[in-house]
Design a protein around this ligand. Structure first.
Ligand code: APR
Ligand code: ZN
Ligand code: ZN
Length: 361
């Protein structure tokens, strides 16, 4: 039997979001219905509302979520009703070239639930990032659910569904930060702070946080930054070189997504260092560099997609590390809110007042 629950809808471009009754169908083959317990508010939800992702309104927002599996469809064996799970953007096929080569984050054949959730008049909803979890219940592909230790708080667990995983993964997966490395992180929002926590976890000896906002640098210290640089006042490339014996950092993580910070990341690395790009630029942005500098520097220039994470490997591991007190995921939860407070949370996020507002249900 399809069920009616409350969910946060973005009805049209730049219109305020609102709570509406939505219809969640029973799970079909390969699908699961999840009772959502927590879902973080992310910039991407705001971009959906602004029409910046696509114009398939109305959207059911929310995608950084954790909850309990309520029911599963035919053929689902990896999760069962009662399991506590974190949701991820897409189920992977497991069979394509990318999956077979152990890089399922580049899977060619990812999918979400095949059925649609609707409004009560039958209007189909587009779930944000194939999840739609600012809702009491949501329908997803079973492959989007990863079981983790249920003793963690749902508000903390949901964070791994998006930005925090992107940041930690940029450090530990894409950047392969190792014990004793020097790491610089440019941009200390939620993603950059998570990269700092990831670098600290991996045993980096120096973690240099760069931002233009002193408030952000203060928080970065609580995540594990050993040095901070305000790049409004000081040339960050010079500062990072100075802090690393004149060489540059072993790993530089860019978490802003702008040409000037891409360029800083490029020049702030050690000649054999790695640059990890996790900040997402806009389509019109361009970067110009002397080719001789591109040629003359070894190392690697990598972009990081969803932290190059394997949900089945990384989500349970990071939750375990958090429960052991080795990864301060709780520091990312600035406040917990109700479903009808998402619009206000967007404003606070826009002002840079919060790392994460998390809807708890
Ligand atoms: N130099 C350094 N830091 C900057 C600069 C700059 N020129 N411009 C902005 N920042 C800082 C901001 O002060 C803020 O602390 O970058 C940070 C960006 O943080 P958020 O806006 O909170 O964004 P976040 O959620 O962390 O995402 C960062 O990663 O995954 C991508 O799409 C995401 O491109 C975005 C980036
Ligand atoms: Zn695949
Ligand atoms: Zn997100």
């Amino acid at each position: 039997m399809a069920q009616e629950v409350r969910g946060v809808i973005a009805p049209g471009k730049n219109e305020p979001v609102r709570v509406e009754t939505i219809v969640v169908p029973d799970p079909g083959p390969g699908e699961a219905v999840v009772r959502v317990q927590a879902c973080g508010v992310c910039h991407t939800d705001l971009h959906y509302k602004q029409g910046g992702i696509n114009d398939e309104f109305p959207f059911l927002l929310g995608h950084e979520a954790a909850g309990v599996v309520e029911s599963v469809g035919e053929g689902v064996t990896d999760v069962a009703p009662g399991d506590f799970v974190i949701l991820n953007w897409r189920a992977v096929c497991g069979k394509c070239r990318a999956c077979e080569r152990g890089r399922p984050w580049y899977c060619f054949d990812t999918h979400n639930a095949r059925q649609k959730m609707t409004l009560t008049d039958g209007t189909e909803l587009s779930p944000a990032l194939g999840i739609g979890a600012f809702a009491e219940k949501t329908l997803v592909a079973a492959g989007q659910c990863t079981k983790v230790d249920p003793s963690v708080s749902p508000a903390v667990a949901g964070l791994l569904g998006c930005g925090v995983m992107a940041g930690i993964g940029a450090a530990i997966n894409t950047g392969s930060v190792g014990r004793g490395d020097s790491v610089a992180v440019i941009g200390c929002g939620g993603v950059g702070d998570a990269a700092i926590a990831g670098a600290y976890l991996a045993g980096a000896a120096k973690v240099i946080a760069v931002d233009i906002d002193d408030r952000k640098l203060e928080t970065a210290r609580t995540m594990g930054a050993t040095h901070t640089v305000n790049s409004k006042e000081t040339d960050p490339v010079e500062a990072i070189r100075e802090l690393t014996g004149g060489f540059g950092a072993d790993v530089v993580i860019e978490a802003v997504g702008r040409p000037e910070t891409y360029k800083q990341a490029f020049y702030a690395r050690d000649l054999a260092g790695t640059v990890v790009l996790v900040g997402v630029p806009t389509p019109e942005m361009k970067l110009e560099l002397p080719l001789l500098d591109v040629f003359g520097r070894g190392g690697a220039l990598k972009s990081s997609w969803y932290g190059d994470c394997l949900p089945s490997r990384d989500f349970p591991m990071l939750i375990d590390l958090h429960l052991q007190g080795r990864l301060p995921l709780d520091k990312f939860v600035t406040e917990t809110i109700q479903l009808d407070e998402v619009e206000k949370a967007f404003e606070r996020m826009h002002r840079g007042d919060v790392l994460r507002s998390v809807v708890v249900l």
